[in-house]
Each structure stands twice: as structure tokens, then as C-alpha cells.
Write a protein that binds this ligand. Structure first.
Ligand SMILES: [Zn+2]
Length: 401
């Protein structure tokens, strides 16, 4: 067996993906991998995700032996991570992923919804301008937004509304103390539980939307509410940017999604890496089942300003390393040849630009845009640049963090 093998991923055509007519990145990558496998190009209407890894819903194939990567690996050396590229044209559902303890508990009590007993940390790195929502806003940001959309009081009730105002006044909007966390938790739980009662939420939402429509100077938050309303008119998630942080990332910037943190990707093309797990608690902007009780009981309500991480510069690479063991991601753009030392993890390599030759002790393989490789743990590779080459490598977190 050779230490480096060519890989073909699986494509997903979810409704939020980019249309084929826009020639999205996911389509271009997947078609390049089809071509490397002597298969015809794909013919889907939407291209949402390409998956590289051993997830059963989208297994990758070793091109030269035409076997799945999963069957090649033993259970003890299976990949703990899944590498994806996403092409997003429509907002994804708002969701959170349980921490390990909650995931185990949910899986035990409801295995048909919570399919694995594992946590699902995830990281996104922007390849184009990328927008996302992540975590609850700070108290001052939340409070000032509520002043702009006071109709929400009719959904949450006057007690909740008053509680939150008192927290703001008592702490001058600065401090996320225990009382504030309880108050935001009650506020959000009332919002989620009352929204669908007798269409209360959607009628309040309609009022807000028509008021925004009549404004001459709309804010970026107004525009986002209009956009969500056009995509999911009846959904409780339309008003979510009022509560949740909205981030705009530039190419190369990344965000990490901690457990129990509500988030949704809004638009752009990204690299995503995650632990190989399926546990999603849905919160809004979806037609799928919403487990409101589990959701509201599990979220981290402490507001924060999310950090846009740019990774750490290494030798010929930029390292994006989260605070979990399951994975890290490294990106490289090379104009001259470079040797990468071995790492104590199997690696998935994906070329995102240009072309190169990957050389190891025992062989070499040409790689161009869109093509992917599986590299055995402990393999030194030399990348010989043919034209300026950009690529991403996913691996287990080898930094001990
Ligand atoms: Zn997620």
C-alpha cells in the first residue's frame, strides 16, 4: 500500500446550496475529482457541500483502488474529523451542538434524533466574504437592539422584558452576571415557546417587517431581517439577528463554534472542519424538527463578541487550531517547493488553487485544483510547485491543545 492515495469526496445538494448555473466552488472541486476518477462531471441543480472523510452519509472513495476510505482504515485509526467545503446561497438552519456530556445523555434518551453520543465542535474558514451568526450578543448590544424592535415585547411578555431592562440598568450593560444569564435565558425561552402559539410570533414579525419596509434608511440589521423573512416567512429565526451576533469574515479569517452556542451560516464559500458527529439541536430557519425544550435548556446564554481568528503562521502554512482534540486545519499558498515534516495524524489534503507534485518516500503524484489526497500518519511530503499552489490540510489536533 502506498502512503499517499488520491481521494474523491461526496457531494450534498441541500436546498441552501448555490445553483449549478453560478458554477459554485463545490461543483468545480467535485467535478475535478470526478475527472481524476475518469467519471463524467456531475449534474445537480444545487451544490451545497463536498465531504472528505469517512462519515457514513457521505463516504469518500480511494480513486485508484475504488474502495471507500472507511473500509481501508481500521476502526482504531478511523478519522475523528470531517473536512468540507460549503457553497452557501441561502441561510442554513440556526442550530447548536451539545457538549460531550449532553450529547451522551441525548443519544441515550432519543437515539433516532441524536445519532451519536459525541460532541460536534466545528470551525469555518472563509474562502470568500462570509457572513454568519454566532452566540448571543452582549447585554448592551442586545438591549439596544430591543429598543429598535420593541414589538418583540408582545412575544416574550412584559415581565421578561422588564427583567432584562433592569439587568441592563443595574449593570450599566457591562456585566454578564448570573442574574443577567437567567434573565436572557427566560427571555429567549419565552420567545421560542410563545412564537408558534396562535401565530403570535409571525403576526408580530409581520408588523416589524412592514415597519422596516416603510423605512427610508434601512440598517444592515433591517436588511438581514428582510432577507430571512423572504426565505422563511413564518419562522421564529427571522428575528434571530436581533439576539445573536452577526459576523462578516474576510477570506482567511475563521470562526470556531463552541458547544451549546447557537449559530447559522448566512452566505459565502468556506472550508469547514468538524468532529465526525451528527448531533444538531435545531433552533430556527428550518422546516425540520425543533426540540425547543432541549434547545432552551442547553444554550450558553452568556453574551460575547466573537473573535475572528486568523490562525498562526507556521513554516509554509497557517495553522488554525481549536481548543478540542478532534481536528486542526492548515492552509498553504506556495510559490516555491516546500517540505512538510510528518505529523502524528492521518491527513486529508485538498488543492484549492494551481497545481503541484506531491512527493514522498516511495512515490509522487500530480495534484491540480480540486483534487484531494489521503496521506497516512507519519508521512513526510515535499510539495513541488508547478504553478502557484494553494491547498488545505485537515488533521487531528497535533498541538496537544
Ligand atoms: Zn453547526
Amino acid at each position: 500500500m502506498t502512503r499517499v492515495q488520491r481521494l474523491r469526496g461526496s457531494v450534498q445538494d441541500y436546498a441552501w446550496g448555490k445553483p449549478s448555473s453560478s458554477n459554485p466552488l463545490v461543483k468545480r472541486i467535485y467535478d475535478s475529482q470526478c475527472e481524476a476518477s475518469s467519471l463524467p462531471p456531475s449534474n445537480l441543480e444545487k451544490y451545497a457541500e463536498i465531504w472528505l472523510g469517512t462519515h457514513p452519509n457521505g463516504p469518500s472513495t480511494l480513486i485508484d483502488s475504488n474502495t471507500t476510505l472507511k473500509s481501508y482504515l481500521t476502526p482504531s485509526n478511523d478519522l475523528p474529523y470531517l473536512l468540507k467545503i460549503l457553497s452557501i446561497s441561502k441561510v442554513l438552519s440556526i442550530q447548536s451542538h451539545p457538549d460531550s456530556a449532553l450529547a451522551a445523555q441525548l443519544h441515550a434518551s432519543n437515539p433516532s434524533v441524536y445519532k451519536t453520543p459525541c460532541h460536534k465542535p466545528e470551525m469555518a474558514i472563509a474562502l470568500t466574504p462570509f457572513s454568519a451568526m454566532l452566540g448571543f450578543r452582549t447585554l448592551s448590544s442586545l438591549y439596544s437592539n430591543l429598543q429598535l424592535y420593541p414589538e418583540i415585547k408582545d412575544i416574550v411578555g412584559s415581565k421578561s422584558w422588564k427583567d432584562l431592562r433592569e439587568c441592563y440598568e443595574n449593570t450599566a450593560g457591562m456585566d454578564f452576571d448570573t442574574r443577567t444569564i437567567v434573565s436572557v435565558s427566560n427571555f429567549f425561552t419565552n420567545y421560542m415557546s410563545n412564537y408558534d402559539k396562535d401565530s403570535l410570533g409571525s403576526s408580530v414579525c409581520s408588523k416589524i417587517i412592514s415597519r422596516i419596509n416603510s423605512k427610508i434608511d434601512k440598517t444592515s440589521l433591517d436588511d438581514l431581517l428582510l432577507k430571512f423573512h423572504s426565505q422563511f416567512p413564518e419562522d421564529c429565526g427571522v428575528l434571530s439577528p436581533i439576539f445573536l451576533n452577526v459576523l462578516n469574515l474576510k477570506p482567511g479569517e475563521s470562526l470556531y463554534v463552541p458547544p451549546n452556542t447557537p449559530h447559522a451560516y448566512i452566505s459565502g464559500e468556506i472550508i469547514e472542519c468538524m468532529a465526525r458527529s451528527d448531533n444538531v439541536i435545531r433552533c430556527g430557519l428550518t422546516g425540520k424538527f425543533k426540540d425547543v425544550e432541549v434547545l432552551c435548556g442547553s444554550l450558553d446564554y452568556e453574551g460575547f463578541e466573537p473573535r475572528r481568528e486568523r490562525g498562526v503562521e507556521g513554516e509554509g502554512e497557517r495553522i488554525y487550531r481549536p481548543a478540542v482534540q478532534d481536528f486542526e486545519v492548515r492552509t498553504s499558498t506556495l510559490t516555491s517547493d516546500h517540505t512538510f515534516p510528518s505529523v502524528p495524524s492521518p491527513v486529508i489534503f485538498l488543492c484549492l488553487e494551481g497545481s503541484c507534485k506531491v512527493v514522498w518516500d516511495g512515490g509522487e503524484v500530480g495534484v491540480k485544483f480540486g483534487e484531494s489526497l489521503f496521506i497516512e500518519e507519519g508521512t513526510v511530503i515535499e510539495v513541488k510547485v508547478e504553478e502557484e499552489v494553494g491547498f488545505v490540510r485537515a488533521m487531528r489536533n497535533v498541538g496537544g491543545g
